[in-house]
Structure formats: structure tokens, C-alpha cells
Design a protein around this ligand. Sequence first.
Ligand code: RB5
Length: 146
Amino acid sequence: MRLVIASDHAAVTLRMQLVETLRSWGHEVVDLGCEADRRVDYPDYAATACDRVLSGQADRAVLVCGTGIGMSIAANKVAGIRAALVHDVTTAALAAQHNNANVLCLGGRVLGPVTCEQCLEAWLSTEFETRHQHRLDKITAMESSL
Ligand code: RB5
């Protein structure tokens, strides 16, 4: 899969570890930063990563900040993005199976690297169940009516 990944300053080390893991699993990964030497604003990184997904340059995005909350709030402002903040294998698998999430958000200050890797594995390997599509269609309709 072609993935983009980004983090703010709260999760640089974790992000770098996840990049290596994802590449070792055979994924094509573009790392959008941030650098370790400065504090940044997570909405900037969420916006860039979401653009890559919507433009077709990437299949999915992984966003990491301290809690994952800020990244998920920001990403879900972008029409066409379904960003899921997950904490374990169950929520990560269901984010794919029920929500067809095209962005996964993780909290680097609340989850360890092994849990994050398990979440990624579950999200990337679980198929969307099309019986849920009509609910996603309602979300898409909300994007143009609000
Ligand atoms: C940065 O200090 C922190 O607010 C950010 O990483 C994230 O946790 C926001 O939701």
C-alpha cells in the first residue's frame, strides 16, 4: 500500500519507528515529518497528509500526535477523509471493517510502539464490509450539506 505518515513534535521518535516497521512489511511510505528540533502545529501536518490521500498520491495516511485527538479532529474537517482515532487492535480493525477509515490516528503519549504497530497491522489487513456503505454515504452527504 502507498502510505503517508506525519506527526507533530510529540511523536517524532514513534513516527520514525513506525516508518521502519511499515517499510519492513512492504509498504511504500512517504514520511512528511515533522523534524525533531522544533515544535509544530498538528493541523498543518494533518492537512498535508489528507491532501496526499485525496489527490491519489497515497492510499491512506497515518497521523500521530500526543493523544491522536488533535490530528483526528483536524483530519475529519477535510471532506472525503474518514479519520479514526484508535487505541487497540479491536478499534483499529473496526475502523477498517465498519468505517473504511482512510486515515488512522494514534497517540504517541498514550500508546506504546508495540500497540501502535498492532493497530496498524489490524487496520491495514482488515477488509471493509460493504454492508456499511450506506452509513458512509450519509457522512458524505453531510459534508456538502453543512
Ligand atoms: C502537543 O503538545 C499536543 O497538544 C498534541 O500533540 C496533541 O496531543 C493534540 O491533540
